[in-house]
Design a protein around this ligand. Structure first.
Ligand code: IMP
Ligand code: MG
Length: 178
């Protein structure tokens, strides 16, 4: 699998260090509260399970599933809910945990969906941001890294459902797409 990688953009150590910092910051900001971390399936799960172990205050977790149709390396903008949130989140503090903001269409859709359930607050915690690809104005409250407008894999991010288990973020060799 590693032989399919052209370049490692963010190493395992860099990711883990950043997650420690994000966990410490969330613990500080939410002291005295019990936020619900909602992770977006499937890509956000790897990030959630590492992040939650660096949060020292009580938290709860929940999952939401969305799929965006289109070719495998570009968002179509057509988003389908594959798993709704079955939790009562009214009057609760929500932290959305997502792998990457590309166009921003998925997270926008999710934020609107959750707003209808009357939470007290919604903040976003995103491992990777691709600012050049944004089509929506999205506020990222906790951000890991900024990446160039290239298709990346690893640490939850897939190409045709593979490569999610790589512990780093990398760029695939061109021949893999052919
Ligand atoms: P967005 O709606 O365009 O912001 O992107 C939504 C989803 O597309 C992300 O949660 C990822 O699952 C996927 N995605 C976007 N960019 C990449 C990438 O570079 N590699 C792998 N998946 C990506
Ligand atoms: Mg994906």
């Amino acid at each position: 699998m590693k032989n399919d990688i052209e370049e490692v953009l963010i190493s395992e150590d860099e990711i883990q260090q950043k997650i420690k910092e994000l966990g410490a910051q969330i613990s500080k900001d939410y002291k005295g509260r019990v936020p619900i971390l909602i992770s977006i399936l499937k890509g956000g799960v790897i990030f959630l399970v590492d992040l939650m172990r660096h949060i020292s205050i009580p938290i709860e977790i929940e999952f939401l599933g969305v799929a965006s149709y289109g070719s495998s390396t570009e968002s179509s903008g057509i988003i389908k809910l594959t798993k709704d949130c079955n939790y009562d989140i009214s009057n609760r503090d929500i932290i959305l945990v997502e792998d990457i903001i590309d166009t921003g269409l998925s997270i926008k859709y999710i934020i609107n969906l959750l707003k209808n359930k009357n939470p007290k607050s919604i903040k976003t915690c995103v491992l990777l941001d691709k600012p050049e690809a944004h089509k929506q104005d999205i506020k990222i409250d906790y951000k890991g890294f900024t990446v160039p407008n290239k298709f990346v894999v690893g640490y939850g991010l897939d190409y045709k459902e593979k490569y999610r288990n790589l512990p780093f973020i990398g760029i695939l060799k061109k021949e893999i797409y052919q």
